[in-house]
Design a protein around this ligand. Structure first.
Ligand SMILES: Nc1ncnc2c1ncn2[C@@H]1O[C@H](COP(=O)(O)OP(=O)(O)OP(=O)(O)O)[C@@H](O)[C@H]1O
Length: 319
């Protein structure tokens, strides 16, 4: 039997809304489109509605309004047929602390009625290996660090082939090395054709690993699209290297440069959006004022610049 085809829109929501019983509007009219084959970063500060959205995508809570399609099927209606094709890691996996990492995975696998018991051990070893847990596989899960528990949860999600992986803050609690490992695993899975939807409050992480992103703020979607397009939309900052930082900042301000910041011998600032001065002319004005310009250029915009431009505020992370 052929596996079911994966539609072009792996996740699609329309007008998705959640109002909690206390009256809190956590998600407000969300239209999300996650393309097949993407690594999709779902970004937003704490409390912006990411977890609530993920719970609705997986049929764990009911929306107050709007619709969800997962792999083309309506959720929660078709949740039983669609969920086996979706691996999920949300809010820390449910682990038995008194069992080893390996035995936890054997249990997960045994709970799946479609998993062939004869190939169980091999599947578990492969999942341990992919998540870098082989050496720790015999230890009781309660002795695992948060990062190792996170990896064990990911290993459980990887016991069978998935068309979609949904990961809620997968690098939360990991050290930099652990974060790198998860990122490279995500890339590897995407390379094999799995669409990955991951939430994060780390803009640079999303920029490093994701092909597409959506930005949430206070329950609403601000923007979504290819990361390259989101970043291209952000204006880069002007950067001048000079020992004469105070004078340079003054001259730049006179020419309409805003948001000036000085760090060491670097002065950075934003060119005005309307009628920006010619950078070559600015450079000449600095030199004319006797400022020793050692380097002059514009830095590439980042996802963070795009976010700040969109919201007019910093990407405020409370944790
Ligand atoms: N069960 C609940 N009952 C009432 N309000 C809730 C509930 N769960 C979340 N909220 C509220 O809904 C809003 C969105 O929360 P949500 O957890 O979805 O955000 P988030 O972006 O995932 O943040 P975090 O990264 O902190 O998990 C918050 O204001 C939160 O306080």
């Amino acid at each position: 039997m052929q596996p079911p085809a994966v539609p072009a829109a792996v996740v699609q929501t329309r007008g998705l809304t959640k109002r909690y019983r206390g009256g809190q509007l956590a998600v407000d009219g969300l239209d999300l489109d996650v393309p097949r084959g993407s690594v999709f970063g779902f970004l937003g500060p704490n409390g912006s509605g990411k977890t609530t959205t993920i719970r609705m995508l997986l049929g764990l809570i009911e929306p107050s309004g709007g619709s969800v399609r997962l792999l083309g099927e309506p959720v929660p209606g078709a949740v039983r047929t669609v969920l086996p094709r979706v691996g999920a890691l949300i809010e820390g996996p449910a682990l038995y602390g008194f069992l080893s990492g390996r035995d936890n995975l054997l249990r997960f696998d045994a709970a799946d009625p479609t998993a062939d018991p004869r190939t169980r051990a091999a599947r578990v070893e492969r999942a341990l290996e992919r998540t870098g847990l082989t050496a720790a596989a015999g230890r009781k899960a309660r002795t695992y660090s948060l990062g190792m528990k996170q990896r064990l949860g990911l290993a459980a999600a990887l016991l069978r082939p998935r068309d979609l992986l949904v990961l809620d803050e997968p690098t939360n609690g990991l050290d930099p090395q652990g974060m790198r490992e998860i990122r490279s695993l995500v890339r590897e899975l995407a390379g094999e054709g799995t669409t990955v939807f991951l939430s994060s409050h780390l803009l640079d992480e999303v920029e490093q690993v994701c092909t597409h992103a959506a930005v949430m703020s206070r329950g609403r979607l601000l923007v979504q699209g290819p990361v390259a397009e989101l970043v291209a939309g952000a204006r880069g900052r002007l950067a001048v290297t000079t020992p004469d930082t105070a004078d340079a900042a003054r001259v730049l301000a006179e020419h309409g440069v805003t948001g000036l910041a000085v760090a060491g011998e670097r002065v950075t600032g934003d060119l005005p959006a309307a009628d920006p001065p010619d950078p070559a002319g600015l450079n000449a004005a600095l030199v004319r004022s006797g400022i020793r310009v050692r380097a002059f250029g514009t830095e590439r915009g980042s996802l963070e610049d795009a976010f700040v431009a969109l919201t007019g505020e910093g990407f405020d992370v409370a944790t």
